[in-house]
Design a binder for this molecule. Structure first.
Ligand SMILES: NCc1[nH]cc(CCC(=O)O)c1CC(=O)O
Length: 318
């Protein structure tokens, strides 16, 4: 008897469908079952207001989670950096696939790099984290608040996309999104994390499922095989840091962890909203497991708070 397919929930954007298709094919190959995509519209897709206005945490996620809990899908695929740090009742991160390029990138007119942009150049981003780190690196640039999907943003850069108006000199995007869409040819600079720390979880995907389905069965086995340990550890450290700061994905907070021979290293930054002050801290832990990764995240967050990070931007004080 043919089994019913595993239903994979996704947002409807080109980026979401591309990344969900990758996950669906991988799980199907590992588990030997059929899969079917289920498109879900989220608050973040419907509401065009600035992300910082509609609150940020979870706007792309809540409808997908409801759909999982109702049984309208069995697995939901999220961009990990859009996922709130607090866990959802009844759901778990069944797999974190291998992370791709974590960096932010510049897509500028005429092949320009950040250092080559002329004073007063207009650079578009909707992210307070990117805006603050841009202001710190180049206080002479004009930051323009933009949003919309990847193609809309690229179209704002003069001469970059044929037929698009192009009122800006450059935009900043995530390398991961452009790579998944096959648009890395638009990149004029991969920004060094020493200049701009990415969002916690950037470049990673989260495959969420109901808790019971992660415990046993064909789907659980496929998810366990698909999970990538080093990616899980880096993301655990970055998200624990963000969670301890009680900051959401729109706060001016960056983080980047790596796993090496010495254990897990975490670099983090909290910026003042105007980008005049950046507070950076690094921590290391020698064990390589998820509890140690989380403890590292909490420790780095507490060092930042002790140094006054909550006074830089809108974070709770303790
Ligand atoms: N907040 C939007 C968002 N969520 C995930 C990505 C793609 C990068 C990723 O998967 O980390 C993007 C676009 C961007 O930041 O340029």
């Amino acid at each position: 008897m043919a089994q019913s397919p595993v239903l994979i929930g996704t947002r409807g954007s080109a980026l979401a469908v591309t990344q969900t298709t990758t996950v669906a094919e991988a799980l199907s190959g590992l588990g030997g079952f059929d899969v079917e995509l289920v498109r879900v519209r989220t608050e973040g897709d419907i509401n065009r207001a600035a992300l910082s206005q509609i609150g940020g945490t979870g706007v792309f996620v809540a409808a997908l989670r409801d759909s999982l809990l109702r049984g309208d899908c069995d697995v939901a695929v999220h961009s990990l950096k859009d996922l709130p740090t607090s866990p959802a009742d009844g759901l778990v991160l069944g797999a974190i696939p291998e992370r791709v390029d974590v960096r932010d990138v510049l897509c500028a007119r005429d092949g320009l790099t950040l250092a080559q942009l002329p004073a007063g150049a207009k650079i578009g981003t909707g992210s307070p984290r990117r805006a603050a780190q841009l202001r710190a690196a180049r206080p002479d640039l004009e930051i323009v608040d933009i949003r919309g999907n990847v193609d809309t943003r690229l179209g704002r850069v003069a001469g970059l996309v044929e037929g698009a108006p192009g009122d800006l000199d450059a935009v900043v995007l995530a390398a991961a999104g452009l790579a998944r869409l096959g648009r890395l040819n638009m990149v004029t600079e991969f920004i060094d994390p020493a200049v701009m720390l990415p969002a916690p979880g950037q470049g990673a995907l989260a495959v969420e499922c109901r808790t019971a389905d992660a415990a046993e069965g064909q789907l659980a086995a496929a998810l366990a095989a698909y999970d990538h340990l080093d990616s899980r550890l880096t993301v655990a450290a970055e998200r624990a840091m963000l969670g301890r700061l009680e900051a959401g994905c729109t706060a001016p907070v960056g983080a980047l962890a790596s796993v090496g021979a010495d254990g897990i290293t975490l670099e983090a930054v909290v910026c003042s909203d105007d980008g005049t002050r950046l507070m950076r801290r690094t921590g290391v832990v020698s064990e390589r497991n998820e509890d140690a990764a989380r403890a590292l995240g909490v420790q780095v967050a507490e060092e930042l708070l002790a140094a006054g990070a909550a006074q830089l931007t809108d974070l709770p004080a303790s």
